[in-house]
Design a protein around this ligand. Sequence first.
Ligand SMILES: NC(=O)c1ccc[n+]([C@@H]2O[C@H](COP(=O)([O-])OP(=O)(O)OC[C@H]3O[C@@H](n4cnc5c(N)ncnc54)[C@H](O)[C@@H]3O)[C@@H](O)[C@H]2O)c1
Length: 277
Amino acid sequence: MAKFSGKVVVVTGAGSGMGRSYALEFARCGSKLALMDFDGKGLEETVRLVKASTSADILHRVFDVSNREAMFGFADEVLQHYGTVDMVINNAGVAGLGQPGWDTPIESYERVMNINFYGVLYGTKAFLPELMRKNSGHIVNVSSIFGLVGAPSHTDYSASKFAVRGFTEALMVELCNTKVGVHLVHPGGIATNIAKAGDGEAFKKFNDNYLTTSPDEIAQVVRKSLEFGVVKIVYGNDSFKTWLGSNFVPLKWLNRLVWADMKKTLDLGSYTKAGVR
Ligand SMILES: NC(=O)c1ccc[n+]([C@@H]2O[C@H](COP(=O)([O-])OP(=O)(O)OC[C@H]3O[C@@H](n4cnc5c(N)ncnc54)[C@H](O)[C@@H]3O)[C@@H](O)[C@H]2O)c1
């Protein structure tokens, strides 16, 4: 825990779920926090919770991660306020539309990519120069187990999470001979608010069947993994079997296994209507 004492930790999407848990976890380690979210109420609640249990310094701002200027402005403000930055957890993200690819409009891909991928890209690009200047610190980018395997009715979400993975793995290679740690987090099913905004029975079934691991638990695992220098952190409900499948099962068979596992949570009407089931 001492490793992060006094360090400046940035968390995006800190107003709920895992982002809130990261804020609490690093505050307990003695880190100074720079938090952001586009949900001002949620962010205020996180700040209240951190202040109730620690004496951490907190800078917090409300904006959208897909706003490039706002992210670079935030980085300037953090550097001015704390003098440096030590870790950026690019965590903010949203669910996709929850429909098969043929029923998902292009606008949904644009919305999800703007937040889930470009938000991570901007957060990385805005803070990386300071980490490289001092040759230390961590970039922690949040993908998903749906960035390990493609998931039905998640083409928009999977595309964004594979993009986060591709970008981050390439950056890892580029920086592998430096002391700047580049890390990927692939959460499994975590009990947060992410799928609660979605409409209908399918989102409810998805929540009930998969989103079961506590966000505090994964935040603790991520913090410990970072202490040990782990670069790819796969944790949470169903994550181990997904990781095994993605590494060792031929794609043709993996597709069938994923379908068999997930079909109980899908709105199958869209599949039968399209004549594919
Ligand atoms: N919950 C899961 O099972 C799960 C699994 C794999 C990956 N993830 C990923 O973990 C991350 C955290 O999600 P969570 O499950 O804690 O969800 P959550 O909905 O509880 O929290 C996400 C937070 O991000 C914020 N946010 C969303 N869009 C934003 C934007 N444009 N600008 C600023 N803030 C924004 C939300 O307001 C919210 O506070 C996401 O990237 C998500 O894709 C979640």
